[in-house]
Design a protein. Sequence first.
Length: 142
Amino acid sequence: MNQKMKVMAAGLVCLALSLFAQTQEKYKTRLSPVSMDASMRANIAGLGAASAVLTGAKLTVTGSFEGLRSPATIAQLHEGRGTGVRGPVAFDLTVTKATSGTIEGSFDLSPEQLEDLKKNRFYVQIHSEKAPDGNLWGWLMH
């Protein structure tokens, strides 16, 4: 029985070490106004920053923003076909419903989403009352 306990203890130590050694990948972005034309300038303004940490398949996004011309309504993580190319919503973020505040969210990524993250295909986008199609955005870069 003593030998069995030693083997189990060694297995638990190995498991703990592998979890501890799990690497984290860090991503960051600057949030700036979305592409706009002259008619949109009255409604779109602000700046911010966001970062993301990937641990295994779990992505945790945090950030802050300020200077919106109207309160934020939603924030989302989108998955584009390439850097600078818009894409569909992948995940909803929690956002402060004000002209300045924070964003956050934590998600489990599929193997395909992990590959797209490593290819810089994810971006954060914040919408506001006066800019319901997007106010600030930024691509997560490794």
